[in-house]
Design a protein around this ligand. Structure first.
Ligand code: 16G
Ligand code: ZN
Length: 543
């Protein structure tokens, strides 16, 4: 490692004192002006992680997703493209907070980590980094890169501006492909477009079934989805991207994007009431790892097709394919949701499709962890964050059966479609672009309109509100966030309120990304859902 003077001079370039950081649901996320210190220490920590993993490439994404333009954040991605292993979140937090105290405490903490993890700080390591379109991105990237200089043998590959899922994907490719392969975003487009081509060929899809409008939240998803779709003629006259002004940082997520549409249950700016049945819209969030779909019904009413609707669509589709391929007894298919999943979607999955459903705490890392226990693990948060993961057993079985010519034509085709879908879906993390293609492919194959998709089940009216409290950390939950254990007695009071409403449910949890507590309520009617959220909110305000 560097000698003390040199280390101190790197530290002094970016580190400020006095802020306390915590690695939250999706990494560190705060107002951009307090992030320099943690960017610097994340540079060091990502290097240590790569050295710990014997030089495998570790990814780093600088983004604050759907948050407002003045925020930013950073998260570390493990070599296979998944979220940082949980035990390392503490190391990341400790190192950041030590740097936030003083140079001496940073130096001590760094030494302590090196000894504890038995690392050779001069060993080789490799890091791949990207950022979203935020104005603070370049400055924070510089602080990050300075941090990587603390360890002398790190190779840093800067991909510039990418979507979060592109960075996850390229991190996994950097570890999978031979060392001299050039790793860039072209690989991403090739991979997913060739899977699309396979499906289109197999299923005779010549064009998109409807006109598609994509709201890109004025974020990085705009140039990337255009780049991708413009490579295939069949998309040419069928899609249009609105809110594509990614070069104006103040426009990011403003009155548009997946979070705006889901939270407000209304159209974003730039999309008008189009009641034609052959039209569908979708919204990405600021870093394009979330997507929701929607349409306007014949009465001009906005209708949302959220993460739950995507999970149920994929569950039905894959279930039918595994049955046609005679694999339903060999492959375990399951859906993972959070407490925010609409009760109707859970009922539909369990009672209509007969699919096992698991519930986990909020945050992709929890859902992903549970989903990989299935052979076809479908996970989506209601907010549109999710994907499908396929097990090694799935690939082996499908390949093996494809090689065996004794089954029927329909079974063979189902196997081919399953295999192609496992390539079309970005399994490393939820991905707005890849999920979008997945949904469009399913709808094209089933010949379903958005209305038909929506009619599979009817959402229970629901309401999500935010309550500001003096200290959100007193709100502790159990049972996948569905019940409070602290403050003691509050859950009983909530239960008593819920019992007064029909088909009702309500739960309370501290946000992992904002200084607030969230209250969710659903009930048989819109009035009841609103009323329940408001009375539970009033209860929470007293704490
Ligand atoms: C983060 C999570 C998202 C979750 C949201 C909840 C990842 C990559 N992102 O954005 O999945 O829905 O936090 O926010 O895990 P909340 O804790 O403020 O409700
Ligand atoms: Zn996001």
């Amino acid at each position: 490692m560097l000698e003390r003077k040199a280390l101190e001079s790197l530290y002094e370039k970016h580190c400020k004192r006095g802020f306390t950081y915590a690695y939250g649901t999706a990494g560190f996320r705060y107002k951009a002006d307090v992030l320099d210190t943690v960017m610097f220490t994340t540079g060091v920590l990502a290097g240590l992680r790569s050295i710990y993993l014997k030089g495998q490439t570790v990814g780093v994404m600088i983004t604050a997703s759907h948050n407002p333009p003045e925020d930013n954040g950073v998260k570390i991605v493990d070599p296979r493209g998944e979220m940082l292993e949980q035990s390392w979140e503490k190391h990341a937090t400790d190192l950041a907070n030590s740097a936030s105290q003083s140079f001496t405490s940073f130096e001590q903490k760094l030494q302590e980590l090196i000894v504890k993890l038995q690392l050779n700080s001069n060993a080789h390591g490799s890091i791949t980094v990207a950022r979203d379109s935020r104005e603070s991105g370049p400055r924070l990237l510089t602080a990050f890169k300075t941090g990587t200089l603390v360890l002398p043998n790190l190779l840093v590959l800067d991909h510039g501006v990418l979507t979060t899922p592109q960075l996850h994907f390229l991190t996994s490719k950097a570890n999978e492909l031979p060392k001299n392969t050039s790793i860039d975003e072209k690989l991403y487009y090739q991979e997913f477009l060739s899977a699309w081509d396979e499906i289109a060929e197999l299923c005779g899809i010549q064009s998109l079934p409807y006109a598609l409008t994509i709201d890109a939240a004025n974020g990085v998803g705009a140039p990337k989805v255009k780049e991708m779709l413009s490579q295939r003629e069949m998309f040419n006259n069928t899609f249009r991207v609105v809110n594509d002004d990614w070069k104006t940082p103040s426009a990011l997520n403003h009155l548009c994007g997946a979070d705006f549409v889901k939270t407000n249950q209304k159209l974003p700016q730039g999309i008008s009431n189009d009641t034609r049945a052959e039209h569908i819209n979708c919204s990405f969030d600021g870093d394009a790892d979330r997507i929701v779909f929607y349409y306007c019904d014949l009465q001009g009413q906005f209708q949302l097709l959220d993460g739950d609707k995507m999970a149920t669509l994929f569950a039905k589709f894959f279930q039918e394919l595994t049955q046609t391929a005679h694999l339903q007894d060999e492959l375990a298919l399951g859906v993972v949701q959070t407490a925010y999943a609409n009760g109707s979607s859970t009922r539909y999955l369990e009672q209509v499709l007969g699919t096992p459903v698991k519930c986990t705490p909020t945050g992709v890392k929890h859902l992903h962890h549970e989903a990989v226990k299935f052979d076809i693990g479908i996970y989506f948060e209601a907010n549109g964050h999710g994907t499908v993961v396929f097990s090694t057993k799935f690939s082996q079985l499908v390949d093996q059966k494809l090689a065996d010519a004794s089954h029927s034509t329909s079974a063979h085709k189902a196997l081919q479609i399953l295999s192609s879908f496992s390539k079309l879906i970005n399994q490393t993390v939820g991905d707005a672009i890849s999920d979008m293609l997945g949904v469009l492919a399913v709808l094209s194959i089933l010949k379903w309109s958005p209305q038909k998709w929506d009619q599979e089940y009817t959402d229970l009216p629901n309401k999500l509100i935010k309550v500001l409290v003096p200290d959100r950390t007193v709100f502790k939950t159990t049972n996948a966030e569905r019940q409070l254990v602290s403050p003691v007695g509050l859950q009983d009071q909530i239960d008593a309120l819920v019992a007064k409403f029909d088909t009702a449910r309500s739960f309370v949890r501290a946000s992992g990304t904002e200084d607030a507590v969230r209250v969710y309520a659903e009930a048989a009617t819109r009035e009841q859902a609103d009323r329940l959220a408001s009375v539970v909110g009033e209860l929470v305000e007293k704490y």
